[in-house]
Design a protein around this ligand. Structure first.
Ligand code: NOJ
Length: 535
């Protein structure tokens, strides 16, 4: 039998996102740190995680919790030192794991020396490193562009009398990639980390890097539902501009100058555009993040048709990927309800393509309500009247055990966000010891996947059934076929899979209570159950 061993790690592996601030606080300041992650390596290993993606740990005023970078080639003392970093990287590598950095290329912090110089005077050579415009004739912002975090995307710099662009907080001025020096400076920073040994980057808001050179107003969005003010306009002049691809190619060329590295893009665009971020010659992202599963209605046929649409749109040779959660989205368990979490996990880990897992979803962590006065997320804090998600709710400390700070921080520390009250019953220690727990299930599932060439690399084909609530598919690799059957609904079904054979073996049920031979003539699937079978 062929094995998948010659395939690159970023195709066969599982990515695991750590929200650095919330994984493990080792020094007791209430913020997660690099030594903390090192301490939790066992968890990552037993999860079968391959690519560990860390959210930003660079020097930063933390206005957007690290996505406001004041120095791209240093480490915030709150998170650790270069020694800590090197130790973590070496330990990950020693265990066959990889480290992916979050690279925030679109904007810096207003405290970055580049911006300090740029705002110093209209004539400074770095003025043009950021996007500066004169006020409109009435003194207001130069056009109608909006910030994702509420209000205009422009702030007036009183001293020099011009506005600068920021699509997030006003402390995150945007770089001007029409100036070639900017791209070069950013690529140099990527070289810095690649030389240090990191295995790749997740490029923040890749699709936003270029803006309309004429700064035209954006049109109203006729489909706006009145909830999120940013969606009032159609972002045709600030997102997904064709020139972005040149930047993606330049970043990919840097990554390709080193062996075995990966370039991942944050790409919030429709599928048909998403696939363009692989590059015409597969010379852009290895993996442009596919966020499709985050916004679909959770229905078997809706998910099936999306999977088919995505599979069909992929360029030849492009490798798919799937995301179920991240630090900007409501928690998986809160979004889908506990009954469907296992089905969703089984889907993510058996579809064709590299899965990305969000920390804490393996124990079913839920959105944690935060009192209004305590909200830290600028997206929610800046627009209290709008219906936008408070991302704090999905960023609370990892629940390791039932001790006062859930094992995230020493008991006397004050965590930067509240620890969920349910940590006393929902935590890693407890679920590790509990047969049938969600964590037990997820660990079995990741192990099953990582031992199966069919699940890691095999071809995908949908298998149609009569039941609307069922999504079934096969994954085929020479000598090995797997059938995945997922029940998205609360009813039991008896399914006829005779076209695939008479019998099969159940390898894993979401309920962890059955294995072994079953008939394919009338396969009984229980409510909310998922199965992986060996054909
Ligand atoms: C996307 C990141 O995922 C999000 O957390 C951040 O606020 C924005 N980009 C701005 O960097």
């Amino acid at each position: 039998m062929t094995t998948g061993s010659e395939a690159p790690w970023w195709k066969t592996g599982i990515f695991y996102e750590i929200y650095t601030l919330s994984y493990q606080d080792q020094d007791g300041d209430g913020f997660g740190d690099l030594p903390g992650i090192l301490r939790r390596l066992d968890h990552l290993r037993r999860f079968n995680a391959t690519g560990i993606w860390l959210t930003p740990f660079y020097p930063s005023p933390l206005r957007d919790f690290g996505y406001d970078v004041a120095d791209y080639t240093a480490i915030h003392p709150r998170f650790g030192t270069f020694e800590d970093f090197d130790r973590l990287l070496a330990a990950l590598h020693a265990q066959g794991m990889k480290l992916i950095l979050d690279f925030v290329a679109n904007h810096t912090s207003d405290q970055h020396p580049w911006f300090q110089e740029s705002r110093g005077s209209r004539h400074h050579p770095k003025r043009d490193w950021y996007i500066w415009r004169d006020p409109a004739p009435d003194g207001g912002p130069p056009n109608n562009w909006l910030s994702f975090f509420g209000g205009p995307a422009w702030t007036l710099d009183e001293k020099t009398g011009q506005y600068y662009l920021h699509q997030f907080t006003r402390w995150q001025p945007e770089l001007n990639y029409r100036n070639p020096e900017v791209l070069q400076a950013i690529l140099d920073c990527m070289h810095f980390w690649l030389r240090r040994g990191v295995d790749g980057f997740r490029v923040d808001v890749l699709w936003l890097l270029m803006k309309d050179p004429e700064f035209r107003d954006e049109p109203e969005n006729p489909d706006w539902d009145g909830r999120n003010p940013h969606e009032r306009l159609r972002h045709i002049h600030t997102g997904n501009l064709p020139e972005v691809h040149r930047l993606a190619r330049a970043m990919r060329a840097v990554v390709d100058a080193y062996e075995n590295r990966v370039l991942i893009g944050e790409t919030h665009v429709p599928v048909e555009d998403l696939v363009s971020y692989y590059g015409r010659n597969l010379d852009e992202c290895h993996l442009p993040f596919n966020f499709g599963l985050l916004s679909l209605p959770w229905q078997a046929q809706a998910v099936r048709s999306f999977v088919e649409r995505y599979e069909a749109a992929l360029p030849i040779g492009a490798w798919p990927n799937w995301v179920l959660g991240n630090h900007d989205q409501p928690r998986l368990a809160s979004r889908l309800g506990t009954a469907q979490v296992r089905v969703a996990a089984m889907l993510l880990l058996t579809l064709r393509g590299t899965p990305t897992w969000y920390y804490g979803d393996e124990i079913g962590m839920e959105n944690v309500p935060i009192p209004r006065a305590a909200v830290r997320d600028p997206q929610a804090a800046n627009q209290p009247e709008a219906e936008v998600f408070n991302r704090d709710e999905a960023r609370t400390p990892m629940q390791w055990d039932d001790s006062p700070n859930a094992g995230f921080a020493p008991p006397e520390a004050t965590p930067w966000l509240p620890v969920a009250a349910d940590h006393r019953i929902r935590n890693v220690s407890r679920q590790i010891a509990e047969p049938g727990s969600l964590l037990q299930f997820v660990l079995k599932l990741t192990a099953l996947r990582q031992h199966s060439s069919a699940l890691m690399l095999g071809e995908y084909a949908s298998v149609l059934t009569e039941a609307d609530d069922i999504f079934a598919y096969t994954r085929k690799w020479p000598g090995e076929t797997r059938l995945v059957v997922l029940n998205f609904g609360p009813r039991a079904h008896a399914l006829d899979f005779r076209s695939l054979g008479d019998e099969a073996n159940i390898l894993l049920s979401t309920r962890l209570d059955r294995e072994g031979p079953v008939s394919l003539r009338e396969l009984a699937v229980r409510p909310n159950e998922g199965l992986v079978l060996h054909l």
